[in-house]
Design a protein around this ligand. Sequence first.
Ligand SMILES: [Fe+2]
Ligand SMILES: [Fe+2]
Length: 394
Amino acid sequence: MSVELCEMALQQTQALLRLTETTMQEICCRKFSGSELYAEALRRVLGGKGKRGAACILISFQERHNGVMRGRVFHLVADQLVEGSEEVVIPTGSGYGADLAFAEEQQEVMAVNWDERSASVESYQNVFPSAVRSIVGGAIRNFVTCRISGEQPGVITAFNFLGSATEYDASVLHGLAVVIGSLVTLSGEMRETEKAFIYTIEALARACEAAEEHTGTHILRVNRYAGALAANLGLPAHFVESISYSAQMHDVGKIKIPVTILLKEGPLDAAEMELMRMHPVFGERILGDSPRLEVAREIAIAHHENWDGSGYPYGLKGEQIPLAGRIVKIADVYDALRSTRSYKGAYSHAETVRVFRDGDERVRPADHFDPTLLATFFRIEHIFAGIYESLKID
Ligand SMILES: [Fe+2]
Ligand SMILES: [Fe+2]
């Protein structure tokens, strides 16, 4: 291998490693499709000064129901791979794409030059369907094609390398396809795990609400109000996302409170009240020490604390109270006011906003709520009304 080729190999390998590294870091939260990741990898590995790229690259994936290949095309313009605006559709049985990569040759990758297959460059063009000829633009002299396996099968084909398509070009493209294929599979599996996680916490939240009279959509609304408050406070996206599913677990600790107390008509006696006020502590214990449930734990322990220190279980004050707890408190109180409770009827949105402004026998806004959050609530109260309306059927 020449010195230039070695340097190029190193550059291309490093570019692929950097992409792998950033993708691995983002894999939990980033929702990428396979084709996006391939496009990014092609740009980084085959584009750029000093890298040996092809003049034109086609990535296409096979549609499951009809076998048609749909693809995106990239052209090398001043060393950069630029995505073409057109979508390329290659029908089944066109003698190219699926047939070429999957059937004709059972290899995962192959490099082909015109002089290995045809008497002339002109006659070689007949191998390709017109859709492919038109995206490449000029005469096709060589190509490397590589199979993309995994949950979304497809092919990457790179046309017209300078000089000829070599084994080196084939191994670069193959390496890229293998790495990206595993990242796509991994990301798909992470998404499944994430779905299972969300499903489990929803089930837990629901199980704990089931004993109470205000079952069902209360917890979903609290998620949404909390997410809206967090987003409008300008908090980071990962916090907004986290509070939007964690808020529903604010009362998980109530699973430890006897149903007779939860459903008791009229005031609780002192012992019952004392037990009831333990539900934040029970909740914190139930949620355990998983880092994924940290926000949920803060909410469970802190959603009955008051800004002036008059709340429970610890009487925390001001910013001692975790922010997620302060946010969910507003969400929970808003929804409790909008809903029927054993001691009161449901308030309208306007009545609820009035309580947030002037207070009533239970709610003292200036003492109970974080003033910044209260101001945010007044700024977006119409969003609260919208959330209640959209999810009000219990
Ligand atoms: Fe609670
Ligand atoms: Fe609640």
